[in-house]
Design a protein around this ligand. Structure first.
Ligand SMILES: [Zn+2]
Length: 417
């Protein structure tokens, strides 16, 4: 054993210091086992936010009701990627609850706001039923207080601005109902802007009404979320506002060439220059372009097989056909290293102040990467980052510091307007 002679002031500061990690070595000198322990400590020492968790819609699809029989599901369940027990294990403190509104509802006036209200009420109902575990959260200050109190924060973000319909006053109404970010659109162009998944290019980016919506979001203090929008929309939004924005759940297009749903290098740089944050989506096909291409071609092959067999989805025999197809072409997954590659790339392009987590847990089905299968696995990702040389301070920024900074900037801009 090496004996180290420390000067007396160093000994005193060692004795006084209560804030260091329990493991004594610097991260680069730690064994993998020590680094894993340290990663787990950091996951619980720092606040972890996740920009996008689709729990409300998963529960809606399962006909979740706010009664005794169902209310245990958000606490512990074998299904899905999120529950309280696993989130506590993983150190997740503030999953943004996605109030997800499918684009298909836009055709029927009144349907999108109806669904938005029911999902918002569901989140509030879950928090009301378990006040010792969850609090609906509408500000970074509250979120930090909840962390101190050992209660999980449930901030809400609305995925798709379609419930606003053509009524600008609804932006403020949704703010009053607790919504703190709005993803401008989803899979189709809406009244606000064009979507990355839609080839129609209805507005060539933002509509005039969309510009009003962005300004009103800045005025009331709702974060503008540019996940899902077309490139043109992104560039027009970034030109019209100085208030920083988020991508709640997007990854880096460099790894998925041609996939407009992810952000390209120039967009990431510009988002960073404006003070914003991209929160990385964990879905395997968001992480790895080869997996996306494979999935797309398999979808075509499966469709052809169904046609050849004269079977449609839901027909007798369709499930067997699907099972056999899955056996023949098993799902392939990306891994936690690839998530770290995306984070590395953002850091190279924009800096460590502009990246966070936006898992899309409960929103990407059976597509999560190896080593990051549910909310309990955040320490694995932190371990991977530590191993790549990220400092504790960097980890804190990525876990929540960056997104809380944006949220505060949005609050401040609204207060000044
Ligand atoms: Zn989405």
């Amino acid at each position: 054993m090496k004996i180290i002679h420390l000067p007396i002031f160093a000994l005193i500061s060692l004795l006084l210091c209560t804030c260091g990690p329990a493991t004594e070595n610097a991260p680069e000198e730690m064994t993998d086992e020590q680094l894993r322990t340290h990663a787990n400590e950091l996951a619980h020492k720092y606040i972890i936010t996740d920009g996008h968790v689709d729990l409300p819609y998963r529960l809606k699809v399962k006909n979740f009701k706010l009664d005794k029989e169902y209310l245990g599901i958000p606490i512990q369940t074998d299904a899905g990627d999120f529950d309280h027990v696993r989130a506590v294990k993983g150190g997740l403190d503030a999953p943004f609850m996605s109030i997800y509104i499918p684009s298909g509802l836009q055709k029927e006036p009144g349907e999108s706001p109806k669904l938005a209200d029911s999902l918002i009420n569901m989140v509030k109902g879950i928090a009301d039923a378990h006040p010792d575990k969850f609090r609906v959260t509408t500000s970074p200050d509250q979120l930090e207080q909840n962390f101190k109190d050992g209660v999980m924060s449930l901030p809400m973000g609305m995925e798709n601005g379609s419930p606003i319909e053509d009524k600008i006053e609804r932006v403020k109404e949704y703010y009053d109902k607790g919504i703190r970010y709005i993803t401008l659109t989803h899979a189709k162009d809406n009244l606000i802007c064009d979507s990355s998944y839609d080839t129609t290019a209805t507005h060539g980016g933002l509509s005039d009404f969309g510009r009003e919506v962005v300004m009103e979001m800045n005025n009331v203090g709702i974060m503008v979320d540019i996940s899902h929008v077309s490139d043109k929309t992104f560039w027009q939004v970034v030109e019209m506002t100085d208030v920083p924005m988020i991508a709640s759940h997007s990854s880096v297009r460099h790894f998925t060439p041609g996939f407009e749903r992810n952000m390209d290098d120039d967009m990431i740089k510009r988002l960073g220059e404006e003070g914003g944050v991209i929160q990385i989506n964990f879905g395997s096909t968001f992480l790895d372009g080869t997996l996306r291409t494979r999935q797309d071609s398999l979808r075509d092959v499966f469709r052809e097989r169904m046609e050849a067999a004269g079977i449609e989805r839901g027909d007798e025999g369709s499930e067997e056909l699907e099972e056999a197809f899955k056996k023949e072409f098993p799902t392939l997954y990306s891994d936690v290293e690839m998530v770290a590659n995306h984070i590395d790339r953002v850091v190279e392009l924009a800096g460590v102040d502009h990246v966070g987590f936006g898992s899309d847990f409960d929103g990407v089905g059976d597509s999560l990467p190896t080593g990051l299968k549910d909310v309990a696995d955040f320490p694995n990702l932190i371990f991977t980052l530590l191993k790549r040389g990220y400092s504790d301070e960097d980890i804190e920024k990525i876990c929540s510091g960056n997104v809380l900074r944006v949220w505060r900037a949005v609050e401040k801009a609204a207060a000044a307007s």
